[in-house]
Design a protein around this ligand. Structure first.
Ligand code: SF4
Length: 434
C-alpha cells in the first residue's frame, strides 16, 4: 500500500539529489582550483570518463560549466567579455563563456574551475577541436583527440557477424588504438601505472548507470509521463556525464528508476494534466529556461523525449554494457557505438524521431535551432521536411539560443508556441469528429 510518506520521500528525490551532487562536484573542483590543481577537460560526446576515473583524475566538462552560466542568468557577462577579448559574436556560446572563465582564472557562478591538466576530445563536434586549441594556447596543456568514425550507411551501427561487422571491427580497433595512446598520456601525467582491474571496477559502475538510463527513457513512455525530458532531463544529464563510472552515479540512477517506477505505478505524472506529448530537438533555451518550459506546460504540453537525452548522455544513450572480461576492447566498442549514435541523433534526427513518434505516442515535435550551435542546428529544417513528408505529425520550428539572451525574444517565442498549441487542439478536435 502506498502512503503519503512514501510519496513525499520518493517523488522529487532525484532532482534534490541531483542538485546536491552537482554542488558537491563543483565544490570539489573549486577546492582543487584553490589548491592549484588541474582537471582533465572533456566533452559530453565521448568523454572517456571511464579511463580518466581509473586514474582518479578529476574531470571538468566545459560545456556544462558554460550552460550553468546561462541557467544562472549571467551568461551575457561572460559572452561579452570573450567578445571584447576578440571572439566573434557568431561562434558557439559555450566556447565564449569558457574563454571568459579562463580569463577570470576559473571564476564561475558555481565556484572555481581548475586549469586543464589535459584535454580529451572526439570529432563528434568540429568546434571541440578548435576549442581545445584555445586551452593549449592559454595553458600549454596536452591534448588527446580521438577520431571516432561516423556512420557510413543507413541504420544503426552493429557489432554482429557479416561484412558490415568487419568494417565495424576495423573501426573498433581504430578507436582502441587511440584509446591506448590516451592511457599512455594519462600514465605520463599522473605518474601512475594503468590498472586494468580499476578500469573494470569503473566500467561496472558505468554498466549499472547505462542499464538504469535505458530504463529511465523507457519509463517516460507511460501516460502520464513521470518526468520532463527538458527540465528534469537536464539534471539527469549532468549526473550521467559528471559521475559516469562512479558508485555514486550508479546509485543515483538506480534510485531514479525506483522513483520513476513508483510514479508510473501510482499514475503520478510530471504535469497534473498532460494533454500533449512532445519531443524536443536541439539544445534548450537556457537563458530563459524556466519560462521557455512554462510556455509548453501551460498548455498541458510535456516533453516526454528529446534528442538531447541521446546525444548528450555521455555514453549511456545506447544502454550498452561493457564486457568486463575484455574491458579495453569493450570500452572501445561502447565508445564507437555511443559517439556514432550521438552524431546520428544530431545529423540524422529524422531516424531517431521516427522511432520516438510511436514509442512515445507523440502529438508534436519542437525543433529548436540555435544561433550558437551549427553542429546541432544545421540540417534541422531538412529533417523536419523529411518527417513532415513521411509522417502525419505536427511540428514547430522556433529559433533562439542556448546561451545568448540577445537573440532570445520571449514574446515572439510565446506567439509561435501559442499558435502551435491552438493548431494541435484543432487537429485533435477534427480527429475526434472523423
Ligand atoms: S557547437 Fe554545438 S555541439 Fe559543438 S560545442 Fe558548441 S554547443 Fe556543443
Amino acid at each position: 500500500m502506498t502512503t503519503q510518506t512514501d510519496t513525499q520521500s520518493i517523488v522529487g528525490r532525484a532532482n534534490r539529489d541531483g542538485a546536491r551532487l552537482f554542488r558537491d562536484w563543483f565544490g570539489e573542483l573549486t577546492d582543487l582550483a584553490e589548491q592549484g590543481g588541474g582537471a582533465a577537460y572533456v566533452f559530453v560526446m565521448g568523454s572517456f570518463n571511464e579511463i580518466l576515473k581509473s586514474f582518479d583524475m578529476p574531470v571538468a566538462f566545459p560545456e556544462i560549466n558554460s550552460l550553468q552560466t546561462a541557467v544562472r542568468r549571467v551568461a551575457h557577462e561572460y559572452l561579452e567579455e570573450a567578445e571584447d577579448y576578440g571572439y566573434s559574436p557568431d561562434i558557439c556560446g559555450y566556447v565564449k563563456a569558457d574563454v571568459a572563465v579562463q580569463l577570470r582564472e576559473g571564476k564561475h557562478p558555481m565556484g572555481r574551475i581548475p586549469k586543464p591538466s589535459l584535454a580529451v576530445l572526439t570529432n563528434a563536434c568540429n568546434t571541440y577541436v578548435k576549442w581545445a586549441e584555445i586551452w593549449e594556447r592559454m595553458h600549454d596543456c596536452p591534448i588527446v583527440t580521438i577520431d571516432v568514425p561516423g556512420s557510413r550507411e543507413q541504420g544503426r551501427a552493429v557489432s554482429t557477424a557479416g561484412s558490415r561487422e568487419r568494417r565495424f571491427e576495423n573501426d573498433r580497433r581504430y578507436v582502441e588504438g587511440q584509446m591506448r595512446e590516451l592511457i599512455t598520456t594519462c600514465e605520463q601525467l599522473s605518474g601512475k601505472r594503468f590498472d586494468l582491474d580499476k578500469l573494470r571496477e569503473v566500467l561496472g559502475y558505468a554498466n549499472r548507470m547505462s542499464r538504469a538510463w535505458k530504463r529511465v527513457l523507457e519509463l517516460n513512455r507511460a501516460k502520464p509521463s513521470p518526468f520532463n525530458a527538458l527540465t528534469d532531463g537536464t539534471i539527469y544529464l549532468g549526473v550521467a556525464n559528471g559521475l559516469r563510472g562512479t558508485e555514486v552515479g550508479a546509485k543515483y540512477f538506480e534510485d531514479l528508476v525506483e522513483e520513476l517506477e513508483y510514479k508510473v505505478e501510482n499514475g503520478i505524472g510530471t504535469l497534473n494534466d498532460e494533454s500533449y506529448r512532445l519531443a524536443f530537438v536541439g539544445v534548450p533555451c537556457y537563458p530563459i529556461f524556466r519560462r521557455f518550459t512554462e510556455m509548453f506546460t501551460e498548455w498541458g504540453g510535456n516533453y516526454v523525449s528529446s534528442t538531447y537525452l541521446w546525444f548528450a548522455s555521455g555514453g549511456a544513450n545506447r544502454g550498452f554494457e561493457y564486457d568486463l572480461d575484455k574491458p579495453l576492447e569493450s570500452l572501445a566498442e561502447g565508445v564507437l557505438l555511443s559517439v556514432r549514435d550521438a552524431m546520428d541523433s544530431m545529423f540524422h534526427n529524422d531516424r531517431v524521431l521516427t522511432e520516438m513518434i510511436d514509442e512515445f505516442a507523440l502529438d508534436g515535435i519542437i525543433y529548436h535551432p540555435i544561433k550558437s550551435c551549427r553542429t546541432v542546428s544545421t540540417g534541422l529544417a531538412d529533417g523536419r521536411r523529411f518527417l513532415s513528408a513521411n509522417r502525419d505529425i505536427a511540428s514547430l520550428f522556433i529559433e533562439s539560443d542556448m546561451m545568448d539572451r540577445r537573440v532570445v525574444s520571449e514574446a515572439q517565442l510565446k506567439n509561435r508556441v501559442d499558435a502551435f498549441f491552438e493548431g494541435l487542439a484543432s487537429r485533435r478536435h477534427q480527429a475526434s469528429r472523423a
